[in-house]
Design a binder for this molecule. Structure first.
Ligand code: ZN
Ligand code: ZN
Length: 392
């Protein structure tokens, strides 16, 4: 969140405190309101969620001495205390929407953390309950066959992700015990520190490092960290039409969230094996077929294979040059999004057949005679004549 997002917002009003409220009063007001509107207590209640976000946003600013100072300065700068709509360049109606997940994440780093504050707010006698947090995004890779890439396929992926320690369910305390409320800060996570003179400021509690809880008997599996690893095998649907090297996103297939938060996403980089005969160009399939000189010269009807059905006949006109490509409509890959519409040619790409004229490595006597006769019949035409015409 940038300072420009503060414009037009009265965080003191949001928390129902006066402009010169003490840090302790702001915190008290915040905890009361956050508790009253916490999403855990109002599942599905959008209005409460919105209030909770506003309260959290307000506390993020005026609950932080440094940000509060900046905010106060900004307020006095723009309207001598009152706070009209701010219309400066680039601020619009408040910039980025406030993202509760970003907020929770930003609070979660480095000890402290909103979740932990709630843990003590809600927990009472040591039972902890933390704010929901979205699971991490994960990366994985899959190698699939050529036809599977065209049709879509379900693959098994083995995923390893950070997860709460299974022994202690992430509390960090030995199984059968629970973390206790920090004796120094009494669960607040913050303690008053004297900065000289009459000033006191809050700082992160050194005993619990802001968590509000202490573990007296650490879990032997995670050494009190509460963190573990989870290995899961999931099945994932790779959609039809995926290309080699493509990275696809599978929503909600990432690491599980904490405290009822949603799963993260899974990104899968897909490798597609080459086919023995066919290649791919978008929705079109490509195929190179050998033709003989006489077929190319005289014209022919040649039979070519298709990927998923009976061979088709391609008509090669007389005088076809090497490398010419012929299009067989509707015998390519299914176009993405057209899987259900069946066999109309719109729903599929084309098969692109490229001819490659073959020269026989060995000639029978009879064939050699025939070629010599051909040579004699075409004597006098010099294919390379115009390479030398007209100087440079
Ligand atoms: Zn503490
Ligand atoms: Zn543990």
């Amino acid at each position: 969140m940038t300072n420009s997002d503060w414009a037009g917002k009265d965080f003191y009003k949001t928390l129902g405190v006066s402009k010169d409220a003490s840090a302790a009063d702001i915190k008290k007001a915040y905890r009361k309101l956050a508790r009253a509107n916490h999403p855990d207590s109002h599942p599905g209640d959008k209005a409460a969620e919105e209030r909770f976000k506003q309260v959290a946003e307000a506390y993020d600013v005026i609950g932080d001495p440094e940000k509060r100072k900046q905010y106060d300065e900004m307020r006095s700068m723009f309207s001598g205390g009152g706070f009209g709509p701010f219309t400066g360049p680039g601020t619009g109606t408040g910039g980025q929407p406030f993202d509760i997940n970003d907020f929770l994440r930003s609070q979660g780093g480095g000890g402290g953390g909103l979740g932990d504050i709630f843990g003590t707010v809600f927990g009472g006698g040591g039972r902890t309950r933390r704010a929901p947090r979205r699971g991490a995004d994960l990366e994985s890779e899959a190698t699939i066959g050529f036809t599977d890439a065209l049709d879509g396929v379900t693959v098994s992926l083995r995923l390893s992700s950070d997860a709460p320690c299974p022994e202690c369910s992430g509390t960090g305390a030995r199984a059968g015990t629970v973390p206790t409320v920090c004796p120094q800060c009494e669960g607040a996570g913050m303690v008053a520190a004297s900065v000289g003179g009459a000033f006191t400021m809050n700082e992160t509690c050194p005993t619990c490092r802001g968590r509000g809880l202490v573990v007296e008997d650490p879990c032997p599996a995670c050494h009190g960290s509460g963190r573990g690893t989870s290995n899961r095998t999931i099945s994932a649907r790779i959609p039809a039409g995926v290309k080699d090297g493509q990275r696809i996103r599978l929503r909600g297939k990432g690491a599980p969230g904490e405290n009822g938060g949603p799963h993260g996403d899974l990104y899968v980089t897909v490798h597609v094996s080459a086919h023995r005969l066919f290649g791919r160009k978008g929705d079109n399939l490509t195929l190179t077929v050998p033709v003989s000189f006489d077929e190319a010269a005289l014209g022919a009807e040649i039979k070519v294979p298709t990927l998923d059905g009976a061979p088709v006949t391609v008509k090669i006109p007389a005088g076809t040059p090497n490398g010419r490509t012929f299009r067989v409509r509707g015998r390519g890959a299914h176009r993405s999004g057209h899987r259900a519409t069946g066999h109309s040619s719109d729903a599929r790409g084309d098969l692109l057949v490229t001819v490659e004229i073959q020269v026989p490595a060995v000639l029978s006597d009879e064939a050699r005679e025939a070629v010599r006769a051909y040579q004699a019949a075409t004597a006098g035409s010099d294919l390379r004549a115009n390479l030398f015409a007209g100087g440079r």
